[in-house]
Structure formats: C-alpha cells, structure tokens
Design a binder for this molecule. Structure first.
Ligand code: EPS
Length: 379
C-alpha cells in the first residue's frame, strides 16, 4: 500500500512528507521534484511569501545512489520564513479559514490552527506527488494540470498533442492553455486585488497512459474515483470535484452521457487494449475502475479567505463585533492549485498502480504489468 503523511507549520522550521510503500528500484531525480516546487510557487497573483522562499526538496531517507530502496522515503521542504516562535496570536477569526472552528475545537489559539491549515503545506504534497510521478514515468503515465476558469472567466482547454499543450501552458503566467488571454486575466486579478478582494476558479487535470483496471468496483473505499475525489477535495480551498462530465452528466439524457464501446485491433497495444470510445464523458473511470481512456478531473477552488478588505467577524476574547484580522496573503493562487491538484492526483494513480501490480520492486511491477496486458488482450 502506497501512502503518505505530511507534517509542518507554515512558519515552522520545515515541512515533511513521509512516503510509505514506494517500490524499490526507481531512480529519483531531485531536480524533477524541484521543478514542480518552483511551478507551485508561480502563477500571477501570488503574495510576498513566494518572494522569500526558493522551495527545494531534501530527500532524507529511502534512497541509495539515487535509487529507491523500498523503505520509507522522508522528504523535507525547509521554510526560509521560519519565525513561528516570534509570531503572535490573531484575535479576530477570518471567515472561510479554519480560525474559528479550529480554535474552538482544539480549545486553543487561532495561530495554532492557521499555521497548519495554511496552503503552505501543499509544497510538500507537491514534492510527494513529484516523487510518485517518477514511478508513473516508468510506465508512460503522465499527469498534466491547467487552469480552465478564473473567477467568472472561462478559458476552455484546447486540443493538441500533450507536448503542444504543455508548451502553451508553460508560456502562460496563469497556467492556462490559451496564453492570448493572459493580459486580460492579469488585469482582472489586479483590479480585484485593488478592491481588497480575492479570486478562485477551476483547474483540470488530465492523466494519460493509464492502464485498464486501476481501482475496483468491489469495495467502496477502493473505488478510484472516490480515492481521487478525497485526495483532491483535501487540498486547501477546494470546494468541488468533478470527474469527466461531472455535474453536466446530471443534466443530459443517458444517450448523451455514456461513451459507446468500439473495437479497433490497431489500438490493441495501447492503454485502451483496442476498446476505443468516441467520447470520454466518463473521464476514464467506470464503476470505480479505469477503462483505458485518459482520466479527466476538475476541482473548484474558492477565493483565498484572507481579505485585505476584511469581512465582519468578532473578537474571540470579547465576542464584540470587529473586522476579521488580516495577514499577508495572495489575491489568487489558482495557478498553484493546478500544480497541487496535478501532483495529488499523480500520487493516487501511483498508489492504485502499486495496488494492482504489486509494490516491492519496479522490476516486479513491470513484469506483472506485462503479464496483465498479455492476459487482458486475450480476454
Ligand atoms: C503559501 C504560503 C503562505 C500564504 C499562502 C500560501 O505564506 P504566508 O502566510 O507566510 O504569507 O502565502 O497561504 C494562504 C493563502 C492560505 O490561505 O493559507 C504557499 O506557500 O503556498
């Protein structure tokens, strides 16, 4: 079973991820993890913290000569802005954050909640996902995330090869698939920031090269769509998750939702095993199992909860009405969310791969992958 936990506070010494159940024999490149970490720090609309940090990973255990051992992998992303002991508590809970509920639930301070609830923690989730991607790469599986809506603006994904789309996204300061909209979107973010307000949006992740049969219909907590939804919903500020058509499927008759099944012997060596589908409204998952089509998953991110023009709140000590506290924050962290969701999705796909093909070593996984494909093509 491949899984991970994280530890660390936003202004504590360091962020930690502990990955357990990662197969032996995978070459790990630190640089590929660092590229993802720097992408997470980018995107237009970020605040002051990203000018302080230059995120990088230290791999503390689980490798020898840059190759995984099958033992737990501890990852660290240190915080340059380490100042927790010098920070005061916040008196007035900020609506939308965990400030009020956390302070009451844990009978403690707001600071003690916000430091852990902060989206800073996603740095180390991205690091864990970037390690998982290096296992997926061995099987030709890629996860690719981009922004499709920003506030009330839509930036529909374009068609093209994965390389073309990646090149377009990497040109865009917003991580969309249409760089020509950047200037207008930047002005929208600037205008919103000037008002003391913030913006959210929708990100989409596409996973290509996924084999048949990850996840299972047989038990609810091993259905892959459920696992993906949990991982994505658990990203800070995510309020909705859709797979394939998602909510739109509820508005159409069945004939315009379900993907017809065809067979094309020429495609039998690819992920579809030849069972081609003219549409992919299911987003690559039927009955909790992958069907050889790309997985398509979207996440709705609410606007950042810290507002420079604060909402009504109370003073938690006096209970008297006061405006919410303000701490340095971002106007829009949607581009970062596309990187985070891409990486948490990658981790879940890697976990499902380990479930299906065994997790002791890469060599054994590859042998079982080959055997399964050979048997499945004869089914
Ligand atoms: C973040 C770091 C944080 C925030 C942001 C995300 O750093 P600081 O609090 O020092 O400015 O900028 O967190 C939030 C917006 C949030 O709501 O938690 C990061 O590295 O992503």
């Amino acid at each position: 079973m491949l899984r991970y936990w994280t530890a660390g506070e936003s202004h504590g010494k360091t962020l930690i991820a502990l990955i357990d159940g990662f197969p032996a024999g995978v070459q790990l490149e630190t640089d590929s993890v660092n590229v993802e970490l720097r992408r997470r720090q980018g995107g237009y609309g970020r605040g002051g913290r990203q000018r302080i940090e230059t995120d990088h990973v230290n791999i503390l255990s689980g490798i020898w000569h840059d190759t995984t051992l099958g033992s737990p992998i501890a990852l660290e992303v240190p915080n340059k802005d380490y100042k927790l002991e010098r920070l005061d508590d916040l008196p007035r809970p900020r609506p939308g954050h965990g400030d009020l509920t956390g302070a009451v639930k844990f009978l403690g301070s707001i600071r003690g909640i916000l430091e852990r609830a902060s989206a800073r923690e996603t740095a180390v989730r991205v690091a864990a996902g970037a390690v998982a991607k290096q296992l997926l790469r061995e099987f030709g599986i890629t996860a690719f995330g981009y922004v499709v809506e920003l506030g009330d603006r839509k930036i529909p994904p374009k068609s093209g090869t994965l390389d073309q789309l990646r090149a377009e996204r990497d040109k865009s300061e917003l991580y969309t698939l249409d760089v020509s909209q950047d200037e207008e979107l930047k002005q929208y973010i600037d205008a919103t920031g000037k008002e003391g307000d913030t913006l959210g949006g929708v990100v989409e992740v596409r996973v290509d090269g996924v084999p048949f049969g990850l996840g299972t219909h047989a038990q609810w907590d091993r259905k892959l769509d459920g696992r993906l939804a949990q991982a994505v919903m658990a990203v800070q500020a995510i309020k909705g998750v859709e797979i394939g058509l998602g909510f739109e499927a509820a508005r159409r008759p069945g004939s315009q939702v379900h993907d017809p099944i065809h067979y094309d012997a020429d495609a039998a060596l690819g992920p579809t095993l030849g069972y081609t589908r003219p549409t992919n409204n299911a987003g690559g998952i039927e009955a909790g199992m992958t069907n050889g089509q790309p997985i398509v998953i979207r996440a709705a991110k609410k606007p950042i909860s810290t507002l420079r023009k604060p909402l009504d709140s109370i003073n938690l000590d006096t209970k008297k009405p006061e405006s919410a506290s303000y701490e340095r924050s971002d106007v829009c962290a949607l581009s970062a969310a596309s990187v985070i969701v891409e990486n948490v999705v990658a981790f879940e796909i890697a976990a499902a791969m380990v479930d299906k093909f065994g997790g002791d070593s890469l060599a054994e996984m590859k042998a079982r992958w080959d055997l399964f494909h050979e048997m499945a093509r004869q089914r």
